[in-house]
Design a binder for this molecule. Structure first.
Ligand SMILES: Nc1ncnc2c1ncn2[C@@H]1O[C@H](COP(=O)(O)OP(=O)(O)OP(=O)(O)O)[C@@H](O)[C@H]1O
Ligand SMILES: [Mg+2]
Length: 147
């Protein structure tokens, strides 16, 4: 049975690097309602940063005009937080390869190919769904439990 969230949010913003901080803060402000530990909050901010940076750097690399990023979040009575970061960019043809540590399509060699690995290790669960030419959604799940 599908659980009903205790609370949820949605935000949309253009894929500009200046908005990476906004995305981190909006996610952190939302999760703060659960009174998380500093460490849990930092993990969520880092994972959201990686997901949003990927939309900015990869998803819209050949696109002009308005390039939206959608972030949404929900938390449940058991303390589970689910945050989704979605773009309408180029999509990923081989997700298995994309999530492999050190895999990057960055031609300039500035990226380390560790974004998805970081998201995976900083969250309890990370999943990617994508359609080439349509866009990508990254779903981050983390359980917030107070000691
Ligand atoms: N939203 C996205 N849209 C299209 N392609 C993506 C998206 N996110 C990731 N990718 C693809 O998956 C690859 C791996 O992403 P990952 O975040 O792990 O590494 P990176 O972004 O290349 O490097 P780093 O995150 O370490 O700076 C990227 O190089 C890119 O090809
Ligand atoms: Mg990345």
């Amino acid at each position: 049975m599908k659980q009903t969230p205790v609370n949820r949010f949605k935000a949309e913003f253009p894929a500009k690097s200046i908005n990476e901080g906004y995305a981190r803060m909006v996610a952190a402000a939302f999760v703060s309602q659960l009174d998380p530990t500093v460490a849990d909050l930092a993990d969520i901010k880092t994972a959201v940063s990686e997901a949003v940076t990927n939309c900015i750097v990869h998803a819209y690399r050949d696109k002009e005009g308005y390039c939206p990023i959608y972030i949404s979040g929900a938390y449940y009575a058991d303390g589970r937080v689910v945050i989704s970061v979605r773009d309408k960019g180029c999509g990923i043809s081989d997700i298995k390869q994309a999530v492999t540590p050190l895999f990057t399509t960055d031609p300039a060699g500035e990226r380390s190919g560790m974004g998805f690995t970081i998201m995976e290790s900083f969250c309890d669960k990370m999943s990617v769904s994508s359609r080439v030419g349509k866009g990508t959604t990254v779903r981050l799940v983390k359980k917030i439990v107070r000691p």
